[in-house]
Design a protein around this ligand. Structure first.
Ligand code: GDP
Ligand code: IMO
Ligand code: MG
Length: 433
């Protein structure tokens, strides 16, 4: 049976998408990453082992699953090779199950140099993985695609041209030393290319032809979307549902029967700079960070923490047309006497109940909270809905009512088996209880 499910971050990334995609993948034939690159860090804890995947689709850990790196991604071949090696060392062979789009663009060492340079001049707190510059080169028609790797002469010319450009920019504009050798860059990627060349293909044609049960694994989160997020404090791809079509190379009609599921933490976190109205800077923020282990999966940076922001979650729900929500890290709130949720912003003395697009308005937004009673008992590892404390059920009901989206699953711990279904995976937009 043909089936499509899309898993998207509903906040500012790190919502626990990796864990959810991993546990759902058992029932899918194919899992597709289609935007972003190694800025993502998707954590899976299964069989007592922890793995963080940056480029490979999380579902590929299941031996029957085909993994696709689709055309909207920017691929750092060194990271990819490391990830393949890590899986090999754990006895997971993906050589026959990995498809990489020949239209995907490369992230090259000079993109990382530029990322660092731009960050040093009033940056936004990127992951320094070269993502923004790689997308800049793509849109500026200077990018190098995986299909270019097959033509050594063309590849050499493209790298030389790019390196000369970046060298001038670094040395003449920014007065910074630049000493990357185009030859060494070329040799590095050619070596890895030899290893993965049989995996490079026209992935969108295959997705269109093969169908089956396909899971689309979003990276980052809706509020980091380059068009719809808290611009300019965003990533450089469409990390909301807007990225599905261009990221896969498939018509919006292809996704018309997809279930689009948002993943949100029971509270909010953000790494890097940018507006975050419900951020808690004092002891409560520290407590959330420690209880939730809120340190970046890619960079190790402490994540900024705060209460659940229902205004941004409603914005994400409406924008993506979520059919269901999955709430993760419920267990992190177990010990709080009271739990606050943001139900409005105060902006310029007015109560506002939508997410403004203007950065200056966002920066001045103050949260308006409603306070709910904490449940003060452990939900860790609960897998039976009847074991949920009444206050936790009330918390979930509040989220459903505010967003208008049914919460279909709760995650109650980092391990693969720590979750519970509240409803079936919706085929079409379900109604709230
Ligand atoms: P992703 O980028 O959305 O895949 O999320 P990350 O992997 O970057 O960060 C989520 C973190 O929360 C990881 O350390 C997960 O192991 C952890 N995690 C996921 N779900 C839960 C949960 O329900 N409870 C707890 N305590 N931790 C969770
Ligand atoms: P996953 O998929 C959280 C953030 C960075 C920075 C901004 C731009 O694990 O949820 P970039 O390196 O993309 O140019 O940085 O976006 N960011 C993420 N935050 N989770 C992620 O991915 C992120 N990927 C990028 O911290 O604020
Ligand atoms: Mg992450």
């Amino acid at each position: 049976m043909d089936r499509k499910v899309v898993i998207l971050g509903a906040q500012w990334g790190d919502e626990g998408k990796g864990k959810i995609v991993d546990l759902l993948s058992e029932n899918f034939d194919t899992v597709v990453r289609y935007q972003g690159g190694s800025n993502a860090g998707h954590t899976v804890i299964a069989g007592g082992e922890k793995l963080i995947l940056h480029l490979l689709p999380t579902g590929i850990l299941h031996p029957h699953v085909k993994g696709v790196i689709a055309q909207g991604m920017v691929v750092d071949l060194e990271v990819l090779e490391k990830e393949i090696n890590t899986l090999n060392s754990r006895g997971i062979d993906i050589s026959e199950r990995l498809l990489i789009s020949d239209r995907a663009h490369l992230v090259l060492p000079y993109h990382k140099v530029l990322d660092r340079l731009f960050e040093s001049k009033g940056g936004i707190g990127t992951t320094l993985r070269g993502i923004g510059p790689a997308y800049m080169f793509k849109v500026g028609r200077k990018g190098i695609r995986l299909s270019d790797l097959a033509d050594e002469k063309r590849l050499t010319e493209l790298i030389e041209e790019n390196v000369a450009f970046v060298k001038d920019l670094c040395e003449k504009v920014f007065c910074q030393k630049f000493d990357l050798s185009p030859q060494r860059i070329g040799e590095g990627i050619t070596r890895i290319y030899e290893r993965i060349k049989d995996n490079i293909t026209d992935a969108s044609r295959i997705l269109l032809k093969d169908r089956g049960k396909t899971l689309f694994e979003g990276a980052q989160g809706t509020m980091l979307d380059v068009d719809m997020g808290t611009y300019p404090f965003v990533t450089s791809s469409n990390s909301s549902s807007l990225g599905l079509s261009n990221g896969t190379g498939l018509s919006p009609k292809f996704f018309s029967d997809a279930s689009i599921i948002g993943v949100a933490k029971a509270y909010t976190t953000r790494v890097g700079s940018g507006p975050f109205p419900t951020e808690l800077e004092g002891e409560e923020g520290e407590r959330l960070r420690e209880m939730g282990g809120e340190y970046g999966s890619t960079t190790g940076r402490p994540r900024r923490c705060g209460w659940l922001d229902l205004i941004s979650l409603k914005f994400a729900s409406d924008l993506n047309h979520f059919d269901g929500l999955i709430i993760t890290k419920l267990d992190v709130l177990d010990s709080f006497d009271e739990i606050k949720v943001c139900v409005g912003y105060e902006i310029e003395g007015q109560r506002v109940e939508h997410f403004p697009s203007s950065l200056s308005l966002m920066e001045s937004a103050r949260p308006i909270y409603e306070t709910l009673k904490g449940w003060k008992s452990s939900t860790k590892g609960i897998s039976d809905p009847s074991h949920l404390p009444a206050e936790a059920k009330e918390y979930i009901r509040f989220i459903e009512e505010f967003t208008g989206v049914p919460v279909i699953m709760l995650s109650t711990g980092p391990k693969r088996e720590e979750y519970l279904w509240l409803r079936e995976m919706p085929l079409t937009k379900a109604t709230c209880l």
